[in-house]
Design a protein around this ligand. Structure first.
Ligand SMILES: [Zn+2]
Length: 210
């Protein structure tokens, strides 16, 4: 093992132990079974933040039920700022059982007053209901209300590409700017005589219909 490997293994161990600590806490606690809590130390974007547990270890939380625009996407910075204003320095309680990997916990996140962070993001029109992984009609209704009220993401556009479509196209090699450019051209009817990139445009049309 060289030094890099030892370092990597150390990180893995800390994260693994943190996971164990959370599960251990929940099995012992009768009052708050299935939960653990800590203080928010960093907001990464509109659906991800870092939580420092009471024993000073930090874990990354990917908020369950929603998908927010990333920083490079329209409204990405605003979504991050809004989540920041909701939860920076706050004590958050999570249900830590849904661990995606050792690095990230997928969880709902509760403020001391009981509000759930993802629902607040949906109400503000700064996130999509992540339908692929969540079927809660309450979350779907919150997104629908925000769209109807034309707030946040929905303020002046009838359609906004969901982040999962943009990420997928991005993975396929399309630059973020070219994805939004093609979408704008579509909204203006500029491709009515024929799309210059059928694959890109079909994906955008499918995304717009969501
Ligand atoms: Zn087109």
């Amino acid at each position: 093992m060289n030094r890099l490997h030892i370092h990597k293994f150390g990180i893995f161990l800390v994260i693994a132990l943190t996971a164990v600590a959370c599960i251990f806490t929940q099995s012992r606690s009768k009052k708050n079974s299935g939960t653990c809590s800590g203080r928010v130390v960093k907001v990464v974007d509109g659906d991800t933040y870092d939580l420092r547990l009471d024993d000073s270890r930090a874990i990354r939380i990917r908020m369950d039920g929603i998908d927010a625009p990333e920083k490079s996407m329209p409204f990405g910075k605003r979504a991050k700022q809004f989540l920041d204003s909701l939860c920076q320095e706050q004590t958050i309680t999570i249900d830590s059982t849904n661990r995606e990997t050792f690095r990230r916990f997928i969880s709902f996140s509760y403020l001391p007053d009981g509000r759930e962070l993802g629902k607040e993001m949906l109400k503000a029109g700064l996130a999509w209901h992540f339908k692929k992984y969540n079927s809660d009609p309450e979350l779907a209704a919150l997104e629908a209300s925000a769209r109807k009220a034309r707030i946040g993401l929905w303020v002046d556009q009838p359609y906004v590409l969901p982040p999962w479509i943009v990420r997928k196209l991005n993975r396929q090699g399309y630059k973020i700017q070219s994805i939004y450019k093609a979408q704008r051209e579509h909204l203006k009817g500029m491709h009515s005589a024929g799309c210059p990139d059928v694959h890109l445009c079909e994906a955008i049309k499918a995304g717009d219909a969501l």
